[in-house]
Write a protein that binds this ligand. Structure first.
Ligand code: CAA
Length: 406
C-alpha cells in the first residue's frame, strides 16, 4: 500500500522586508545576503499571526468537508509554541472544524518536528489505511535586530494531508535518522529569540547530512544517480547547497547540473520567505513541485530534514501520477506577490512589538490582517483567536463557563 503526502498547503504572513535594504541599513554588502546567504526577502509576522493561526491558514488551500471528518490524527510540529501545556494542535482543530474523534498534539524538536510528525502519521495510516492525518510545520524564526542570524529569520507554515494512495508523493519507507545532543542552536523558555552558534550549526548540519546519506546508501544500495532531485531543510538557501555540493562528485557532470537545476527550483519560495523552521524542508519541496516544469510521475525525490539540537533524517519519496493537478502554485505566487513591503524602520517596529508577558490583557491592531485566521488579543490569560468568516466570536476554543481562573 502506498502512503504519503496527499495534499500540501502553505501560508506566510502578509508583510515582508527586502534584505538588500536590511543589508544597507546594517552596513553590509547586499551580495553577502543575496549571494553569500542566498536570501532576498523575509516574511515579517505581526502579533496577529502565530504558530497556531499560520498552521490553520495553511490548510485552507486544500481542506474539504469530507477530509475534515476523515482526519483522526492532528500533529503540529513547532518550536514557536504558544502554550507550555495545551497543544496548539487543539486550537488548530477548533479553528478548522476538524473531527473531534481524533488524536491532536504538538511535537517539538527544532526544525525536525514536522518530519517526526510526517513519519508518525505514515505509521498511523499504515495501521489504519482508511484514516487520514494532518501534519503541520509552523514557526516564526527570530534571532534579533542587527544580529548575525537576522538575515535568516522568516515565518510561515506548511500543512500536509497524509493518507493511503496519496495523490502527490508516496513515501518509500527507507528513512535513515540520527540524533545526538549538541548545542548548536536553542531557545530557552524565557526567550522569544533563538540562540545559535552559527558556524558550528552550519557545520553540524553538513555533518549530519553526510552521516545519514552515507548510511542511507549503505542500507538501501541506492546512489545519487537514483534521485531526480534532492530537497533540504533550508535555514537559508546557501545551507542546502553546501550540503548538496559535498555529495555531487558521486555522480557524473550532467547529473550534477541537473541536481543543481532542481535545487535552484526548490529554493525559490525560501528566498522570498526565509526560514520557517519545521516547515522549511516542505517549503522547499513545494517550491520544487510548483516551480519545476520537468518533473514527472515516478521521479524519486530525496528529502533531508535537520533539526538543531540535533536530529537529521534522510528519506525518499516518489511522485504520483497527476500530482501537478493537486498543487496550488498560482495561489502561492499571488500570496507572495500580494505581501506588503515594510521599510526597514517599519520592520524594526513590528519586530520589537511583543505580547504582554505579565498576564495583562492585550488587544491587537487587526486592521491590516487579511488572513482568515488571526490572533485578536489576550484576555484572562487566554489567546483570543478569530475567524474572519465567523466575526467576533472566539474561534479557537469552545466557550467556557464564567468561573474564576485558579
Ligand atoms: N558577497 C558574496 N558573498 C559574501 C560576501 C559578499 N560581499 N560577504 C560574505 N559572503 C559570504 C561568505 O563567504 C559566506 O559564504 P560561505 O558560507 O559559502 O563561506 C557567507 O556569505 C556567509 O558569511 P559569514 O559566514 O561571514 O556570515 P555570518 O558570520 O554573518 O553568519 C550564519 C552566517 C552563521 C548563517 C548566521 O546567519 C546565523 O547564525 N544564522 C542562524 C543559524 C543558522 O541558520 N544555522 C544553520 C544551520 S542550523 C539549522 O539548520 C537549524 C535552523 O533552522 C536554525
Amino acid at each position: 500500500m502506498k502512503i504519503g503526502i496527499d495534499q500540501i498547503g502553505l501560508f506566510t504572513p502578509g508583510q515582508y522586508v527586502d534584505l538588500v535594504e536590511v543589508a544597507q541599513a546594517r552596513g553590509v554588502d547586499p551580495n553577502k545576503f543575496t549571494i553569500g546567504i542566498g536570501q532576498d526577502r523575509q516574511s515579517v509576522p505581526g502579533l496577529t499571526q502565530d504558530a497556531v493561526t499560520m498552521a490553520a491558514n495553511a490548510a485552507l488551500d486544500f481542506l474539504t468537508a469530507e477530509e475534515r471528518d476523515q482526519v483522526e490524527l492532528i500533529i503540529l510540529g513547532t518550536e514557536s509554541g504558544v502554550d507550555n501545556s495545551k497543544a496548539g494542535a487543539l486550537y488548530v482543530q477548533h479553528l478548522l472544524g476538524l473531527n473531534q474523534w481524533s488524536r491532536a498534539f504538538e511535537i517539538k524538536e527544532a526544525c525536525y518536528g514536522a518530519t517526526a510528525g510526517l513519519q508518525m502519521a505514515a505509521d498511523f495510516v499504515a495501521a489504519h489505511p482508511d484514516k487520514k492525518a494532518l501534519v503541520f510545520g509552523s514557526d516564526i524564526a527570530r534571532y534579533g535586530l542587527a544580529t548575525g542570524g537576522e538575515v535568516t529569520q522568516g515565518a510561515g507554515a506548511v500543512a500536509m494531508l497524509i493518507s493511503a494512495n496519496p495523490r502527490i508523493l508516496a513515501l518509500n519507507n527507507d528513512s535513515v535518522y540520527r540524533s545526538q545532543s549538541i548545542q548548536d542552536f536553542w531557545r530557552p523558555v524565557y526567550s522569544d529569540i533563538a540562540f545559535a552558534r552559527g558556524h558550528y550549526s552550519t557545520n553540524q548540519y553538513i555533518d549530519f547530512f553526510q552521516k545519514v546519506w552515507a548510511k542511507y546508501r549503505e542500507e538501501t544500495g541506492h546512489t545519487l544517480d537514483d534521485f531526480k532531485a534532492l530537497c533540504f531543510h533550508l535555514p537559508y538557501t546557501k545551507q542546502g547547497l553546501k550540503a548538496l555540493r559535498k555529495i555531487l562528485p558521486e555522480t557524473n557532470v550532467d547529473h550534477q547540473q541537473s541536481l543543481l537545476h532542481y535545487y535552484d527550483e526548490s529554493i525559490q519560495y525560501t528566498r522570498q520567505i526565509g526560514n520557517i523552521y519545521t516547515g522549511s524542508l516542505y517549503l522547499g519541496l513545494l517550491s520544487l513541485l510548483e516551480t519545476s516544469t520537468s518533473l514527472a510521475a515516478g521521479d524519486t525525490i530525496g528529502l533531508f530534514s535537520y533539526g538543531s539540537g540535533a536530529e537529521g533524517e534522510f528519506y525518499s519519496a516518489e511522485l504520483q501520477p497527476g500530482f501537478e493537478e493537486q498543487l496550488h502554485g498560482e495561489t502561492h505566487q499571488q500570496m507572495l506577490a500580494n505581501r506588503r513591503q515594510l521599510s526597514v524602520p517599519e520592520y524594526e517596529k513590528v519586530f520589537s512589538e511583543e505580547l504582554p508577558t505579565d498576564g495583562s490583557a492585550y488587544k491587537a491592531d487587526t486592521s491590516n490582517e487579511k488572513a482568515r485566521f488571526y490572533l485578536a488579543g489576550i484576555k484572562n490569560h487566554e489567546r483570543q483567536y478569530r475567524d474572519h468568516l465567523r466575526g467576533n466570536e472566539d474561534a479557537g476554543a469552545e466557550s467556557a463557563p464564567d468561573e474564576p481562573i485558579a
